[in-house]
Design a binder for this molecule. Structure first.
Ligand SMILES: [Fe+2]
Length: 390
């Protein structure tokens, strides 16, 4: 990581909840900021071709704060970080445009977002991460606490917590945040997700033996296709983006779409489609839906796993750049070609490390399993047998 000038405020001070958060990411002009959650010693390989490694300490990112799309050539090569990193965007010249904070969790490769209406300081949190250590089964809340600190520092009232889908690779901090925010502000932010989550809950509750009482009505609001709601004075539109999962939504806020796990950065392309209910044809159509938006619209992704040759995660690319550069969905790639590529690729991917833990927590909207009589909270792990059971 390269050093950057800190001028306005220091994330290590603001985010004192975790010394592993990067110290600062500051723009001299506008106080823009980015936080990257650094897990000690984490090196994670997601699959055979996408891997990443970040230094443990001293990671500092900064950004040149202009709301323009990174140059394509810079995005796909060893570019100067300062030209490609964005953290807090405020296009305050338009009353309909939000302020966006992106916060990266390195343990899961997840981009979390706080999206705020600058005119009212009302905000939403999108796809917050609950930290889980598979070696010890320990759940911690460092990432979520950092989001709370960031919201507090900026004086935001969190109006809603938005999930793009039932994640299969990381646990959701939605329920934890809801409880903490209920205590700290005079509003319990509803946890919102797409209406098809009920299909996903039904499927995985049966698979994992989750009792109905622990997943029924745990989400406060189920959003329909193209349903709109407001965050302060800004309108948010829920867009159905099936393919990775059937319940998947994107959230359109001004000239931004938070697309979850549909499109990834151009050098990765798209998300896998081999989870139950996933469909490569659907993902192709969802991608086409996104890339039919005006070229300047920013697509903010749910994950990034920088491949060799790219040292840092990138949260967004413009529709225009995706059309030109997305390795799976750029113009000229047909649906048949995409489906064949996606299916072949998915067949070679390993299951996510936190698959079982994630799904059991996330169909509960991030709630914990009820304690047993012995006082323990348990998750199930399905066994694989090589032959007949004995
Ligand atoms: Fe996902």
């Amino acid at each position: 990581m390269r050093p950057f000038i800190a001028c306005r405020w220091d994330a290590s001070r603001v985010l004192g909840v975790s010394g592993r958060y990067t110290r600062a990411s500051i723009s001299a002009c506008s106080g823009q900021s980015r936080y990257i959650h650094q897990a000690a010693g984490v090196s994670e390989s997601r699959n055979s071709t996408i891997s990443r490694k970040f230094p443990v300490k001293g990671a500092h990112t900064a950004n040149v704060a202009t709301p323009i799309s990174p140059k394509s050539s810079q995005l796909l090569s060893n570019h100067p970080i300062a030209t490609t990193y964005r953290a807090l965007y405020s296009t305050a010249t338009s009353p309909k445009e939000p302020t966006i904070h992106d916060v990266f969790d390195t343990t899961s490769g997840t981009w979390q977002y706080i999206v705020a209406d600058p005119s009212t300081s009302t905000a939403v949190i999108i796809d917050p991460v609950l930290n889980f250590d598979p070696a010890t089964q320990a759940i911690t809340t460092k990432s979520a606490d950092a989001l709370l600190a960031l919201a507090k520092e900026n004086g935001y009232k969190i109006d809603k917590i938005l999930e793009t889908h039932a994640h299969a690779d990381h646990l959701s901090a939605a329920s934890y945040l809801q409880k903490r925010l209920r205590q700290s502000q005079d509003h319990k932010p509803p946890i919102c997700i797409g209406q098809r989550i009920e299909q996903v809950q039904k499927l995985f509750s049966q698979r994992y033996g989750v009792p109905k009482s622990e997943y029924k009505q745990v989400f406060d609001r189920l959003l329909g296709d193209d349903e709109t709601f407001t965050v302060g004075n800004i309108t948010v539109k829920a867009i159905h983006l099936p393919g990775h999962t059937p319940d998947h939504l994107g959230y359109m806020v001004g000239d931004n779409v938070f697309c979850g796990d549909s499109l990834f950065h151009a050098d990765i392309g798209t998300a896998r489609c081999d989870f139950p209910g996933g469909d490569a044809k659907d993902l192709f159509q969802s991608g086409r839906k996104l890339l039919s938006l005006p070229g300047h619209v920013k697509i903010w992704t749910g994950h990034d796993y920088p491949p060799a040759g790219r040292s840092e995660p990138v949260p967004w690319m413009s529709v225009h750049d995706h059309r030109e550069l997305n390795k799976h969905l750029k113009e000229g790639i047909t649906e048949d070609e995409f489906v064949a590529m996606r299916q072949e690729r998915d067949a070679g991917l390993a299951a996510p490390k936190l698959l079982h833990q994630s799904l059991q927590i996330n169909i509960r909207a991030g709630r914990l399993p009820a304690p047993t009589e012995a006082g323990q909270r348990l998750l199930h792990v399905p066994l694989k047998l090589s032959g007949d059971p004995w």
